[in-house]
Design a binder for this molecule. Structure first.
Ligand code: ADP
Ligand code: MG
Length: 244
């Protein structure tokens, strides 16, 4: 169970996210929708411990009853919290394969042999539609926008997270890529009961993923939560209805 209670986030003393409450049960998929600049990425980055953001003292974030705000970013990852970045950073000289092996070795997961790791990597690369040979290239370096999103999903599969936040994983993707992403989400949900927070401002990916709940963030506040009906309403009427 992943629980945010009263989570407020500021950047440079400016409040960006205010008093967000959210609970995601194992295997549930929640959509976080909202217009540009509403604070979706700020909230996502603050959850994983990005040092640029300050979380208020009243805020609580728990994963299976464990407080994660007292943990360093790498410890949050070890606890099972995973984020795919809206704008992943390239690291020339660090191969995807090496990065993923190092990540896997530092997570608190059952140890695998190199042979099993390679076999899993081949399977996962195929699942996300990346040629296995591409994993020898530097991470996110010279890859297209869509390929970067596939690399992010490949990392997710290797990390087997308890909770995954996908920040605009669908931006710039064609319909085939969106199908692949949603199949990957379903796979993680089935294999590891991963809880998902899918951040997006488009309905399109949600038609494939079929989230259990949707939440609307406007100007840093969760203004409404609901189910499919709410997503339909946003598609029809936009976010303006929530602007006070
Ligand atoms: P969203 O992801 O919903 O589009 P963001 O979280 O990226 O929104 O941004 C919310 C607001 O916070 C914006 O006004 C943005 O300019 C501001 N903000 C967030 N992070 C930073 C940052 N690192 N530097 C300056 N402003 C920021
Ligand atoms: Mg964003």
């Amino acid at each position: 169970m992943f629980e945010l209670s009263n989570v407020s986030v500021s950047y440079n003393k400016k409040n960006i996210v205010s008093a967000v409450n959210l609970t995601i049960k194992p295997g549930e998929i929640h959509a976080l929708m909202g217009p540009n600049g509403s604070g979706k990425s700020t909230l996502s980055l603050a959850i994983v411990g990005h040092p640029q953001y300050t979380i208020s003292r009243q805020s609580k974030i728990k994963l299976n009853q464990q407080d994660i705000l007292s943990l360093d970013p790498y410890q949050r990852a070890q606890a099972g919290v995973f984020l795919t970045f809206q704008n992943p950073v390239a690291i020339p000289g660090l191969s995807i394969k090496h990065m993923l092996k190092t990540m896997r070795d530092h997570l608190e997961l059952p140890k695998t042999t190199t042979k099993d790791f390679i076999a899993a990597l081949k399977k996962y690369a195929h699942m996300v539609g990346l040629p296995y040979e591409a994993l020898d290239r530097s991470i996110h370096d010279g890859f297209s926008g869509g390929e970067k999103k596939r690399i992010e999903m490949l990392s997710l599969l290797v990390a087997e997270p308890k909770v995954a936040i996908l920040d605009e994983i669908d931006s710039g993707l064609d319909v085939d890529a969106i199908k692949i992403i949603s199949q990957t989400i379903q796979y993680a949900k089935k294999e590891w009961q991963t809880s998902f927070l899918v951040v997006t401002h488009y309905r399109r990916i949600l038609d494939h993923i079929k989230p259990d709940y949707a939440h609307i963030l406007v100007k840093g506040k969760l203004v409404k939560s609901g189910k499919q009906q709410l997503i339909d309403q946003i598609e029809r009427d936009g976010y303006a209805q929530f602007n006070q």
